[in-house]
Design a binder for this molecule. Structure first.
Ligand code: NAD
Length: 280
């Protein structure tokens, strides 16, 4: 039987609606209009699109978004000064610095400068530590979007064997920790893992965040497993595709998230949710 497709657009719309309602309530009861500052340094095309999409998503739910576009040659000190000003600004609840930054700027220093209470990407050491303790205010947007999507489809991770492929700081590692926090049994695989197909075939839930087009075929998937595809790649024809070979896996899995229209839309929705969480 073909897998049920986990519709990220529908799930993200559901999350955005909940955020919108929270924003309305905050305005009505406390007179608060949430504000998100988005800082873009340089003129990277993809980053400009991401920033524009984030601003649009904010507007739709009633979050005030303020964009700061700085030239590529902006010095680190100047960027840190702007972050300091935004840290002190009561009208700004969340600060997001679009990554990657130009090479002359130390990303770690920049992330460290953001007030952890306003760190809506949850990249700061404090928020990573909180995740470790299962005491999050904001959680990294992509993995929390994946959990939200699993919840939406009533897929319980408790006691399940979850295999995460990829150990990046923004997807793989936090995903593993968040699954563990929900009582899953977690295995993390990466580029040095031996016999990846064998390990993946033991997964009840397989989360793939590798960045290699259509790498995961049905040989990696246990019949009936849930497959979450985080990858965003271009195939040989320039068409958007995931890390999972959708056509090959959809007959084996019980649930599968497509690319596009799967995890991607969830990431922005969870960013909006994080902005809301800063005032709770
Ligand atoms: P990354 O490059 O930082 O990490 C890739 C990981 O894959 C590494 O940990 C590496 O060890 C592992 N890996 C590489 N080759 C492997 C192999 N042959 N076998 C097993 N593991 C291997 O990437 P990332 O930032 O985690 O992103 C992964 C993918 O997810 C990319 O396609 C990226 O564009 C996409 N992404 C999507 C979203 C979203 O919102 N949908 C968000 C972030 C990243």
């Amino acid at each position: 039987m073909a897998a049920i497709i986990m519709d990220g657009k529908k799930t993200a719309a559901y999350v955005r609606q909940k955020v919108k309602e929270k924003c309305l309530l905050l305005k009505k009861e406390k007179g608060i209009v949430l504000g998100l500052a988005v800082i873009l340094v340089g003129d990277d095309n993809a980053s400009q699109i991401y920033v524009r999409n984030k601003a649009k998503a904010c507007e739709e739910v009633g979050i005030n978004s303020k964009q700061y576009t700085l030239p590529a040659n902006t010095g680190q000190e100047e960027l840190l000064k702007l972050i300091d000003t935004l840290n002190k600004d009561d009208k700004i609840n969340g600060i997001l610095v679009q990554l990657p930054l130009p090479k002359h700027i130390d990303e770690k220093e920049v992330i460290k400068a953001i007030d952890p209470k306003k760190d809506v990407d949850a990249f700061s050491n404090e928020n990573i530590g909180r995740m470790f303790c299962g005491d999050m205010i904001c959680s990294p947007c992509t993995p929390s979007g994946i959990l939200e999507m699993l919840d939406y489809y009533k897929i319980d991770v408790r006691g399940k064997h979850c295999v995460v492929i990829g150990r990046s700081a923004i997807v793989g590692k936090p995903m593993a920790m968040m699954l563990l926090n929900r009582d899953a049994t977690v295995t993390v695989c990466h580029s040095k893992t031996k016999d990846l197909p064998h390990i993946c075939r033991q997964a009840d839930i397989l989360v793939v965040a590798v960045g290699k087009p259509k790498m995961i075929t049905c040989e990696y998937v246990k019949p009936g497993a849930v497959v979450v595809d985080v990858g965003i790649n271009r195939d040989e024809n320039g068409k958007l595709c995931g890390d999972v070979d959708f056509e090959s896996v959809k007959e084996t899995a019980s649930y599968i998230s497509p690319v596009p229209g799967g995890v991607g839309p969830m990431t922005i929705a969870m960013l909006l949710n994080n902005v809301c969480n800063t005032v709770n």
